[in-house]
Design a protein around this ligand. Sequence first.
Ligand SMILES: [Mn+2]
Length: 410
Amino acid sequence: MRLPRTSLSSVTAAARQAIHPRLPQASRPQAFERVSSSAQTRHLARGVTAQARARPSTAAVSSVPLRAAAGQVRTHTTRDAHYLKDLPGQSSPTFEYKFIADDPSTVSVVGYPFSGGQPRPGVDEGPEALVEAGLLDQIAALGWVVEFNKAAIAEVRELAMADSETDADVGKLHRPRAVSAVNQRVAQDVSDIIERGAMPLTLGGDHSLAMGTVSGVKSQYPDAAVIWVDAHADINTPITTDSGNLHGCPLSFLLGLEGTDIPPFNVWLEPCLRPEDLVYIGLRDIDAGEKMILKSLGIKVFTMHDVDKHGIGRVMEMVLAHVGANRPIHLSFDVDALDPTVAPSTGTPVRGGLTFREGHYITEAIAETGNLVAIDIVEVNPTLEDGASVQQTIAVGCSLARCALGETLL
Ligand SMILES: [Mn+2]
């Protein structure tokens, strides 16, 4: 097991210490850059929250209205809007999120408008589709301040295009330069967001984005656990992959498995994940090489067989017991974990998946722990199906994110 060779960010030991859960929460917020309260008020008055990070190329503030003034929070619901439209939004999240700075508690949305980790176009339109469906307002109504850097979406899209002419296969791997470049950027963004105490919510795009998000999380929380909800194991190596699609490979790179120490990835991507850090839920389409890897590394896997056998409540008890208390959790949720009748508009659907409630229960149970530090919602492809199926899949993506951020049934 190799340790990370370098950190992604220049976070100081003191800042890292300051966001560690074992310290009293009151000592943490001072470590984060925050917009001043007057600046905050000013931004809120415009219906916009500031991007606190001073990253020159991405400093633009979103023009999307993120949080309405008190009493004017728009409520989005699939139920009867008449009953709810006059209810104010919450002033703080439902649960205590122990690793996130409060006052205000902030979700920072990262877009990954990228489809090059797999062959079907359209999944790069996922982030904008989720945002256009009202996701930012929905999260704000749960008591979070929401940041969305719209300019960064365009920048990531440009990064993805930059190598498209010359991005020849490396071995069996397709589009390696684009996947690497985009994920290097996402890793830095996620690391920066966590460093200043906010919750990154990364919207895919295909699941190759986990190379970036897990790297970013691990650079800030080396002991973080990753809960991977998926129909597939996504742990093929450049040697074991048949398809060469990198959305099926992110975990092998993060674990540093044989064959992954190759350019351009090894320029920035450090093996940062230990087999015991990873827990899977929902698997049902696992390649032969992946089965061998999962068994030989002793990785904790709850397949659909286990969900059928024990029920999702017992499975989540076992998942969270494996993770352990007071440990940062990164949730990486591929919507193809859900049954295709629940989330039809996704690139690699597999029948026999999680029900609507099982999927949401996973996110609710993780939210209740208070240990969540990062969320990925991936593989929503708004171009594959008829309009109703697309809308259904986008709506499920939004509601999974909301439940992870504290929405409850009652
Ligand atoms: Mn996946």
